[in-house]
Design a protein. Structure first.
Length: 388
């Protein structure tokens, strides 16, 4: 007897960070003190009032059942209030938003909601892995478009062939950008909206780093562009913005047809978020936000430590104005994979190789600052001992 998974699943490579974690865990088990600067996993806790809301809700007797397919009304309202206060975007609380069990869930499920076999999803290279893998779950085709350093890691929509654009049904964008740290602006968003309108493509903007910003920068929502909702949805997440990555809290907002299609898929697959987790999210989105600026000041200090450390080694690192990531080219004589291996073996420091994110990431590294400051300093001290 031979059991085998679907061809669809067999065509999907292992998730790069899952494989990396297995390798690093084996090193730790063998006694290496590994410092992980490869993953965007916030190490700091959320503000106390957020945890208090979770605990208080958990202590009630009536909060342990299913949390509702579409989220409790107060959570839906909190998402709408957050978007209006933070981005000046007014959402119809009934039709233009959906809570998500972490935004990654929505990024993946949207493909089932929007793509038929043979449709094209346009995906940035480099880009977050789920944009490229999610369409494969829907038997759709992925066509990558380039983000290049010389264009500030922004796309040139004219480079997408017309016959590809005509078959495309989804296009992914993500600014502030993972892995490059690049920023979006109104001009880029308008060009993306025009392109997607011309070809009837659903524009999916992924904005989980909108509240991780430095040097006074404020990241916009694509939905703040007039008319954007006719063609766009935006994904957001409390993972990075409010240090809640493990609790799996995200949202999709914008175009009502896309939100409804996504909700249709989700009602068949999940049964919503736990009520205490939703109560925690309400406290995070509507409570005091002053701690977010303090948290960002801490990240900014770490960013400066990392950039100074890399530059002292002769590496060409620039300080990003947003995200958790410093994106820099590898030194001469290395690929991103050999450089990752070299510093991991010599120092126990793990920095993500850029090719994980696509061909255009080849020759680049992504260093994450979501590690305690003392560990980051220790990592930079260890890197000084490497000779190349
Ligand atoms: C660009 C991007 N989108 C989405 C996610 C997923 O976030 P969540 O924790 O909300 O699933 C991440 C996480 O690293 C990310 O970098």
């Amino acid at each position: 007897m031979t059991l085998s998974p679907s061809e669809r699943v067999s065509s999907i490579p292992p998730y790069a960070f899952a494989s990396l974690a297995t390798k690093l865990n084996a090193m730790v088990a063998a006694g290496t003190d590994v410092i992980r600067l490869d993953m965007g996993n916030p190490d700091l806790p959320p503000a106390p009032h957020i945890v208090d809301a979770l605990v208080a809700s958990c202590r009630r007797d009536d909060t342990h059942g299913y949390g509702g397919y579409f989220g409790i009304p107060a959570f839906r309202q909190a998402i709408a209030d957050y978007y209006e206060r933070r981005f000046g975007v007014v959402l119809d609380v009934k039709t233009e938003l959906s809570p998500l069990i972490g935004s990654k869930e929505g990024l993946a499920n949207l493909n089932l909601a929007w793509l038929d076999p043979g449709d094209i999803a346009l995906v940035p290279d480099p880009g977050y892995l789920t944009y490229g893998m999610g369409p494969l779950l829907a038997n759709a085709e992925v066509v990558r478009f380039d983000l290049k350093a010389e264009n500030n890691w922004q796309p040139d929509f004219d480079s997408i062939p017309v016959e590809v654009a005509r078959r495309a049904r989804l296009l992914w964008l993500n600014y502030p950008n993972n892995p490059t740290g690049a920023l979006g602006d109104e001009g880029l968003f308008r060009r993306a909206i025009d392109f997607c309108r011309r070809y009837d493509i659903l524009l999916c903007h992924d904005n989980p780093y909108s509240d991780i910003t430095f040097d006074g920068y404020r990241a916009p929502s694509i939905l703040a562009i007039p008319g954007a909702k006719e063609v766009a949805i935006e994904f957001n997440s409390l993972s990075k913005s409010h240090n809640l990555a493990g609790w799996r809290l995200g949202m999709a907002v914008g175009n009502a047809t896309a939100i409804k299609a996504l909700a249709t898929v989700k009602t068949q697959i999940d049964t919503g978020l736990a009520i205490p987790v939703q109560q925690m999210a309400i406290a995070a989105l509507t409570g005091d936000q002053s701690w977010v600026a303090e948290r960002n000041a801490e990240y900014q200090r770490r960013r400066d430590i990392a950039v100074a450390g890399l530059r002292a080694l002769g590496l060409d690192a620039a300080p990003p104005k947003a995200t958790l990531y410093i994106w820099f080219p590898v030194p001469h004589g290395f690929t991103d994979v050999t450089f990752h291996e070299k510093i991991l073996v010599d120092t126990g420091v793990s920095i993500a190789p850029g090719s994980i994110y696509g061909e255009n990431g080849r020759g680049w590294m992504r260093l994450s600052i979501s590690t305690p400051t003392a560990r980051l300093e220790e990592a930079m001290a260890r890197l000084k001992t490497v000779r190349w």
